[in-house]
Design a protein around this ligand. Structure first.
Ligand SMILES: Nc1ncnc2c1ncn2[C@@H]1O[C@H](COP(=O)(O)OP(=O)(O)OP(=O)(O)O)[C@@H](O)[C@H]1O
Ligand SMILES: [Mg+2]
Length: 273
């Protein structure tokens, strides 16, 4: 076999492997922090899988490691975080540890996207809502100025922002917490990500809006076969929406399974509570 042929075969093989692989596979993920109080094992041996078009709900009490886990998947951990050797995060079969920083920029937004617990994490105070949305749209989707503006206003409407055209020109501090959270959701879904991690996406919102936003994400998922990780304190939020649920406690997944099964036989005290 010539060199070219074997390269082609190799490419076919890895493509086939990627087709078979789950969208996201996390194996034995450990993220530790050295702190003045001692070593914090924020994530301590987590395994999980998310398939395209499916939702994994992650529930767990405050401090159980849900946000550190999400940040590890997004590759945006604090510099002091140590990802322990042997930890593995595969996206479409590709080990994310091997992806270059330059490729990362394209991974974020288009492949992997996240709604942060604190809306100000993903919003820049010095730019208008419109600038932030259009910058993302132009960078990833090659839209021209007018197209990006039209798309940004469509997204603001989609997440339920009244008077989107005037909101477009405002800075984040002009918006209420709930409105800011909707903007971060618009930003996160702007480029139709393959996998969306939503970290407490609706805590700042009242119950009716919560349902609307979750319906919106679910609709998007059905349209584009997006995989989703939905993180919450509230089992009620994921009960009707997640295909499977993982319960985190002290950095570990203490219980996991298809949603219906988990509700039928809850073992861990946290889940029962
Ligand atoms: N940058 C950091 N430095 C040191 N410790 C950290 C850091 N970030 C998180 N931790 C610790 O890691 C643990 C897990 O935190 P994490 O934010 O993931 O919890 P969580 O499950 O998201 O909680 P919540 O439900 O309140 O959002 C906590 O003990 C937290 O104090
Ligand atoms: Mg958190």
């Amino acid at each position: 076999m010539s060199g070219v042929e074997s390269l082609e075969k190799e490419a076919e093989r890895s493509e086939a492997a990627a087709q078979k692989a789950s969208l996201l596979e996390v194996r034995d993920l450990r993220v530790w922090f050295d702190t003045p109080r001692g070593l914090v094992r924020a994530v301590d041996g987590v395994d999980l899988t998310v398939d395209a078009g499916r939702t994994l709900g992650i529930v767990g009490e405050s401090g159980s490691g849900k946000s550190v886990l999400s940040r590890a998947i997004m590759k945006i951990l604090a510099p002091s975080a140590q990802v322990r050797p042997g930890s593995e995060i595969r996206f479409n079969g590709v080990d994310l540890a091997t992806v270059s920083p330059k490729k990362n920029k394209h991974l974020w937004g288009v492949d992997l996207s996240m709604v942060f617990q604190d809306p100000m994490t993903s919003l820049t105070p010095v730019m208008t809502i419109g600038q932030q949305l259009t910058e993302t749209l132009r960078f990833h989707l090659n839209l021209d100025r007018a197209q990006a503006k039209a798309e940004a206003i469509r997204l603001l409407t989609l997440v339920g922002i009244p008077e989107p055209a005037s909101r477009f020109a405002q800075h984040p501090h002009h918006l209420s917490g709930g409105m800011r959270q909707r903007v971060t959701i618009a930003l996160a879904i702007a480029c139709s990500p393959t996998l969306l991690i939503a970290d407490e996406p609706t805590t700042a919102l009242d119950v009716t809006v919560q349902q609307q936003i979750l319906d919106l994400l679910q609709g998007l998922q059905q349209k584009s076969n997006m995989g989703m990780i939905l993180i919450t304190h509230d089992l009620g939020v994921v009960a009707g929406r997640a295909d499977s649920i993982a319960v985190m406690y002290a950095g570990r997944i203490v219980e996991t399974g298809p949603t219906r099964q988990l509700f039928a036989h809850m073992r861990h005290p946290y889940t029962r509570a």
